[in-house]
Design a protein around this ligand. Sequence first.
Ligand code: NAD
Length: 366
Amino acid sequence: MSSVLPPEVEFVKAQITGFDFQTRSVHTDRGDFTYDRLIIALGSQPATFNIPGLSEHALMLKSLANVRAIRGHLEVALSGLSATRSNPYPIVIGGAGITGVELAAELAEGLRDLVRAHDLESEALKIVLVEAAATVLPGFDQKTINEATRVLKLLGVSVRTNTAIERVEADRVWVKPIGSDHPQELLTQTVIWTGGVRANELVLNSGLTLGARGAAVVDGYLRSVDHPDVSVVGDNALVRDPRNGQIALPCGQLAAQQGKYAATQILADLHGAVVKPYIPHLDGLLISLGSYAGVGTVGPVWVRQLAARVMKIGAETRYLLNIGGVTLVLARGLLLRHEFVALTRSLNGMQRTPQAKGKGRGNAVA
Ligand code: NAD
């Protein structure tokens, strides 16, 4: 951490347990810290909407530890599968927003190696992406929805829209088509929840005025409407675009912008200067669809397939450069190497069998 922070910043590793806005203190497992100005940038947590059994039995996708847990779980699930099993084992992903769509595509590719490693046929598994809305990526333009749907199909992902996850048990998940009274069961021990995010528990319990997703309502300067000495940024802030009143997307790109803005605003206060209110500005939004494809926008331009995937890698590299400079890019070289290796492998595969690009991929999990 110290390598990405300037020397003026003292980093303290501690678990925050609560806030006291009256005494201006942050309670932690390493004692209390008092502040003159506070920026809350705690990140979100999965929203489970009180769906029975979800917290107990579903895997979440929020942290690196979660990713390792999913990997470990899949290894165990696959090693327990019989090679002569007649029905494919369903890996159920609940929620087809960006997270669910990106995960389904990535998993469809990654499982090919896992299946081979366990001496199973590619038909032994299928990924079922369940979405309560009428399409994947609800809220996106139709072109983007169509492209994501097309690639998911190519990858062999079974997409079930207009269907809600109702209940999760240890060995099954109940899904219900919207408008039907008859839930259906899918026998599986593998349910991964990507059904949305809500504010961090500490913010939910903070006493601040909250809005949608449990996020703290902030003014045009990203300060809590209750305490002007408390700024809130990222997924925990309910930020409105002053140009149209719409709620800004809770995404990484805007969170990074808001962090910078909050710092600038505090510095301006200290120097008696004035800053303009915050305006969210999305440079575009790119969704990866496995290692060789993507879809989204860069500025006003709609992109898809390989161009979108390459731009997404570019955006990730730029993000690393912004927060930690070249040092961080090099330190995270392994991650980028993985991306480039996967991309190169896909490119090679596409060059060898350009017309059959979809078939092999889809078979892995169909
Ligand atoms: P989301 O809220 O965008 O999507 C969750 C989906 O789950 C929705 O489509 C919802 O209809 C569905 N859902 C909810 N309850 C359900 C149920 N019971 N059964 C079936 N489906 C159900 O959440 P997300 O995808 O985690 O994204 C959160 C935020 O993070 C978004 O604002 C997104 O823009 C951002 N994000 C951005 C990127 C990127 O820029 N590439 C990647 C991931 C996430």
